[in-house]
Ligand binder design. Structure first.
Ligand code: FEO
Length: 407
């Protein structure tokens, strides 16, 4: 792929990680993910964020540089918005080709740069409001945006073009093939990137949502004409759309989220499974959408995305040796780590000789600000009375959720 000129003198370079890899070693990417870098040519040349040293990606990256008549040694400045290795693991090799490279980074980033790349020479620490003039009217301004997604992260704004370079923030899963900009997407592709932005957010950024709102406030007075993240598409036609989406995703943590219910359920011998349909029926009878996931069959990456967006959760799990069914415990532990907070929740499940799942669930979720509807529990097989009670409790949950949106 060649570099794409996104406006006069500013280029996007990008590689795609493949769909058979796991992002951060744990998140599935059925449609890959792009890692974007940006070149800004003034009298001096800067690169914002680099790329990952995996497979032949550096070779691809150098080809893209060559497509705009650049080699590593031609680059004057590297701006590091974020030090995570998907954006920097190729830096030591790049630096070896260009030892005069001047690096601009936040103070916390400088420490991480030394730890990960062993580089502490030609490092310039910047804070919010600092600028770097590249000449020919290209001026970069830096904004510290901590915890998006590591403590050292920052945004870079190019004044003449109004482009905000945000690295992980406003990013999404999904490889970039032909379309680079939001206005080049079909409606299906647009829906895909919005859906994958939510999944990426819930997997990577969600637990840091309190910092998203602060970062958006920090740049709210800028005249932003494009949002250029280092994962996903460049938002040229409607940069406000992805900023507003991220603001909305952040609000989901404080609740209520959308008037929808995610049902995640697990079953050992089918007795808990027999009640799933009653739960679905109860929620749907109140007109709320349902997202169904079976644990451990569905990856928690996708379950997180549904749960993040849903005001209500229904958790189906049998009791297993006096505690929660282990695969469900694992999924809910991830909910805790990623701060799936402020939900209305109903649990159901069968037990063999003793309950205990609810007790462990209460302990696991005590800091997550969940409000529980009385659970539906039974020994062995569910009978008609249990099915009726399950549907009634699902209706009760749905009505509570609707109550939060009334008026
Ligand atoms: Fe794309 Fe937090 O790295």
């Amino acid at each position: 792929m060649k570099a794409t000129e996104i406006t006069e003198g500013i280029y996007r370079l990008g590689i795609n990680l493949e769909s058979d890899q796991l992002f951060e070693g744990m998140w599935p990417m059925p449609d890959g993910i792009s890692i974007n870098s940006y070149v800004i040519k003034g009298e001096k040349t800067a690169i914002i964020d680099l790329t990952e040293d995996v497979d032949d990606k550096p070779v691809q990256f150098e080809r893209e540089l060559a497509s705009i008549a650049l080699q590593a040694r031609d680059v004057d400045y590297l701006i590091i918005n974020h030090m995570e290795p998907d954006h920097t693991s190729w830096l030591p090799a790049f630096y070896a080709k260009n030892p005069d490279l001047q690096i601009y980074i936040s103070e916390k980033g400088a420490a991480v740069l030394k730890a990960f790349c062993g580089i502490d020479r030609n490092v310039h620490i910047v804070t919010t409001g600092d600028t770097l003039d590249l000449g020919k009217g290209k001026i970069l301004t830096f904004y510290e945006a901590p915890n998006l997604h590591w403590p050292e992260t920052m945004f870079t704004f190019e004044q003449s073009s109004g482009i905000l370079f945000t690295c992980d923030a406003f990013g999404s899963y999904g490889a970039i093939t032909d379309a680079v900009f939001d206005d080049q997407l079909s409606s299906e592709q647009h829906d895909f990137f919005m859906r994958e932005a939510l999944r990426y957010y819930s997997n990577i950024i969600g637990g840091l949502s309190m910092f998203v709102s602060k970062a958006i406030e920090l740049v709210q007075d800028l005249e932003i004409k494009m949002v250029a993240p280092s994962h996903g598409i460049v938002w040229r036609e409607n940069p406000g759309e992805i900023i507003e989406a991220y603001a909305r995703f952040a609000r989901y943590m404080t609740g209520p989220a959308e008037p929808e219910v995610t049902i995640l359920w697990s079953s050992m011998y089918g007795n808990t499974q027999k009640v799933v349909n009653a739960m679905v029926k109860g929620v749907r009878s109140e007109g709320l959408p349902v997202h169904l996931h079976r644990v451990p069959h569905d990856h928690v990456s996708f379950i997180l995305a549904s749960a993040w967006k849903s005001a209500g959760l229904i958790l189906g799990m049998p009791t297993y040796e006096y505690r929660m069914f282990p695969p469900m415990a694992w999924a809910l532990d991830m909910f805790g780590r990623k701060k799936v907070w402020n939900k209305k929740v109903l649990r159901f499940g069968s037990f063999g000789w003793s309950g205990g799942a609810q007790r462990e669930l209460d302990t696991l979720t005590e800091k997550m600000k969940w409000t529980f509807v009385e659970p539906v529990e039974w020994q062995g097989r569910p009978d008609d009375a249990i099915l009726a009670r399950a549907e009634a409790q699902a209706v009760a949950l749905a009505r509570q959720i609707k109550g939060d949106f009334a008026g």
